[in-house]
Design a protein around this ligand. Structure first.
Ligand code: NAP
Length: 480
């Protein structure tokens, strides 16, 4: 049982209300931890702490900020096993995936330790000889970061790595289901020696703390990853103060397999893209379009592979798929599968709640559906579970049209050996990211971006820095 506090102004503290909330292991439904349930007042105190240190933090040298971030990265690598255990306990993903996530978070901190040194400006040729025109980049101010439960370490790193590198102090609010991983990352910040107030953590309900982030004038920027619904609420709310905002929201990725693709590699890629994190990633494939000539071969091979996946507690050896985050998630997946079956889909494998030996835990068996069509919920809403709906198509034009028929525009995937087709389809997909023969396009040094209702702004690589820096134009007339 872990009893933890939140981190404000360089101190580990309880909520001023002394209220707490429990953290549950989704594989066993046992309570594994207790954390403060922050009030608006706690959030305001954290914002004050960040605001007080803004001036001094923004004036540190790039090398100083680099050192703190680099040290954090090293500490996460050192403690990777321990943090991954916490992550698996509260989130459910298999331990190997959890460790991979912690190391990936460390990579983001390392990348942004380097980017801190590259906050370049520009000089612009002036229209008259006695003028000098400059554009410089300066930190925005206090950043509030709201993160989801599906990547509790990675999402924090991808947001506050660049914020800290840019010279912004931060207040982080992790998802209610996964505060313990966030606390472990803050233990690393403390050990890395960040000055008091630069990094702050409030654990508590988003619906309670969100309004404080929106209404408090000291918060200059909100960065959010989560559902499109909450993202829209934050976008509307931030308009009052013209608060800067970055949103990474839901997705509904098409995964397109052409008949000339390497079938075995496409099947393996589908397993990774669809079943990683039990299907609970925003870039998971949601609609798997297979050219009709290879539908049978693809679906047979995929079924064989899916049946070999081992479901269970993330700490068990060889487990590929852990539980869903909670019962609500389980109900949503069930609803999507039932809706599809009622409308004529065919169940190839899986399809039900998996309850080995009557154990508790929100497990859903990895599932494949064929005969899927556009009338089904699964084709429009994020399922966020281990369900692969297969849809057939005959031509390139047809599949592009079908794939683009979504209000989401995050990730998309294309499998083909034809270079011309790879370029044409990539360029015609209305999605921020395209993986060509690549089920894992996300890397620290590159861009992560959602189009349409999948987001506003972007993260990752050198691009991520832009979100925490304001441009300033200086026009100077020189004295004779
Ligand atoms: P969610 O319900 O939107 O929650 C995400 C975060 O927002 C949590 O910390 C939550 O706090 C907080 N929140 C909830 N209501 C709020 C409010 N009124 N004001 C401020 N914050 C609020 O999303 P989720 O179900 O946890 O996460 C899954 C979603 O995230 C999926 O749609 C997925 O596609 C998306 N996602 C997107 C990306 C991306 O980069 N595009 C990456 C990962 C996930 P509580 O926990 O207290 O409710």
């Amino acid at each position: 049982m872990m009893e933890k506090k939140m981190y404000i102004g360089g101190q580990w503290v309880h909520s001023v209300t002394e209220k707490t909330s429990n953290v549950t292991n989704p594989a066993t439904e046992e309570v594994i931890g207790v954390v403060p349930s922050a009030s608006r007042e706690d959030a305001a105190i954290a914002i004050d702490a960040a605001n007080e240190v803004f001036e001094s933090w923004s004036k540190t040298t790039a090398s100083e900020r680099c050192n703190y971030l680099f040290k954090t990265s090293e500490l996460l690598i050192e403690r990777a096993d321990e943090i991954a255990e916490i992550l698996t306990l509260e989130q459910g993903k298999p331990f190997a995936e959890a460790k991979g996530e912690v190391l990936f978070a460390a990579e983001y901190f390392r990348l942004y330790s380097e980017e801190a040194k590259r906050i370049y400006g520009e000089t612009i040729p002036a229209p008259t000889p006695n003028k000098r025109l400059l554009v410089i980049r300066q930190p925005i101010g206090v950043v509030a970061a709201i993160t989801p439960w599906n990547f509790p370490a990675l999402m924090i790193a991808r947001k506050i790595g660049p914020a800290l590198a840019a010279g912004c102090p931060v207040v982080v609010k992790p998802a209610e289901q996964t505060p313990l991983t966030a606390i472990a990352i803050f233990e690393a910040f403390e050990k890395a020696g960040f000055p008091a107030g630069v990094v702050n953590l409030v654990t508590g309900k988003g619906s309670r703390l969100g309004p404080e982030f929106l209404e408090n004038q000291k918060v200059k920027k909100i960065t959010f990853t989560g559902s499109t619904e909450v993202g829209k609420y934050l976008a509307k709310g931030s308009a009052d103060q013209m608060k800067r905002i970055s949103l990474e929201l839901g997705g509904h990725a098409p995964f397109i397999v052409f008949e000339d693709a390497d079938l075995d590699k496409a099947v393996e890629a589908c397993i990774i893209s669809k079943f990683r994190n039990a299907g609970q990633t925003c870039i998971c494939s949601n609609r798997i379009y297979v050219q009709d000539s290879i539908m049978k071969a693809f679906s047979d091979k995929l079924a064989e592979r899916v049946q070999s996946l081992k479901l269970g507690n993330g700490f068990e050896k060889g487990v590929d798929i852990g539980p869903l985050i909670d019962r609500n998630a389980l109900e949503k997946v069930q609803e999507h599968v039932e809706d599809a079956l009622n409308k004529g889909a065919k169940l190839v494998t899986g399809g039900s709640v998996w309850n080995r030996d009557g154990l508790a835990g929100s497990f859903f068996a990895p599932t494949i559906l064929t005969n899927v069509d556009d009338s089904m919920l699964i084709c429009h809403e994020e399922t966020f579970g281990p369900v692969a709906p297969l849809l057939s198509f005959s031509t390139e034009e047809e599949v592009i049209k079908k794939a683009n028929n979504s209000s989401y525009g995050l990730a998309s995937y294309v499998f083909t050996r034809d270079l011309g087709k790879a370029f044409r389809v990539s360029e015609n997909l209305e999605y921020g990211m395209v993986g060509v023969n690549d089920p894992l396009p996300t890397v620290a040094q590159s861009l992560f971006i959602g189009w349409k209702e999948s987001g506003l702004g972007y993260e990752g690589g050198k691009y991520g820095m832009d979100q925490y820096l304001e441009l300033k134009y200086i026009s100077m007339v020189l004295n004779d």
